[in-house]
Design a protein around this ligand. Structure first.
Ligand SMILES: [Zn+2]
Length: 196
């Protein structure tokens, strides 16, 4: 996978890189080197997300579960069920590695809007206006529904209320933090070479 594809999937958006990629070329070897210098759990997240590596996914699950148990204690969130924790961590990994693209903009993060005809000269053609997508606010992705979560985890709706607190407050932030660490180190390398 090349650097541009990597960046595109990282931002979870479909972007157009076809025009004007300037700056010095960055090789896959540069990216691989940068990745290899990251802490192990972050590397597993990257292999799982950007390279669909199944064994990395298993290792990531184990380390995420361990970290979630540690952080649950300091966040004073009681884990009701170890087997369910495994499933909930699996879900967090799924949600992070397969973000849901926005249905309105298809992940492009912008939409085309017709300009107002008022005040225009006869015969002139109104060019559509490129605007930030109002549904995802330019993020390109939208959250999975609450119902998707408790169904995936096999937890009933009432019990999910307690789980959701740990899911959003403890488990997802762990993955977000690992992902931003990757962005800080690896994207810094890629960024000057691509057009947004
Ligand atoms: Zn959108």
């Amino acid at each position: 996978m090349n650097a541009i594809k990597l960046r595109a999937r990282l931002a979870a958006r479909v972007q157009n890189y076809s025009k004007g990629i300037g700056g010095p070329e960055i090789s896959n070897e540069d990216i691989m080197l940068a990745i290899s210098l990251l802490p192990e759990q972050i590397q597993w997240l990257i292999w799982a997300k950007w390279f669909d590596d199944e064994s990395a996914r298993d290792k990531l699950l184990a380390v995420l579960k361990y970290e979630a148990e540690l952080q649950a204690r300091s966040a004073k969130w009681r884990i009701p069920d170890q087997a369910k924790l495994q499933k909930v961590c699996e879900m967090a990994i799924f949600e992070t590695t397969y973000p849901r693209l926005c249905g309105k903009c298809g992940g492009h993060s912008f939409c085309w809007m017709e300009k107002q005809k008022r005040g225009r000269r006869k015969g002139s053609v109104a060019k559509p206006l490129k605007v930030q997508c109002p549904v995802c606010k330019g993020q390109g992705v939208v959250e999975y529904a609450e119902r998707w979560h408790y169904t995936f985890a096999g937890i009933n709706r009432r019990a999910w209320v307690h789980w959701a607190r740990g899911y959003r407050g403890v488990i997802i932030p762990i993955l977000k933090e690992w992902e931003s660490e990757f962005q800080r180190r690896v994207l810094a390398l890629i960024k000057p070479n691509i057009m947004p």
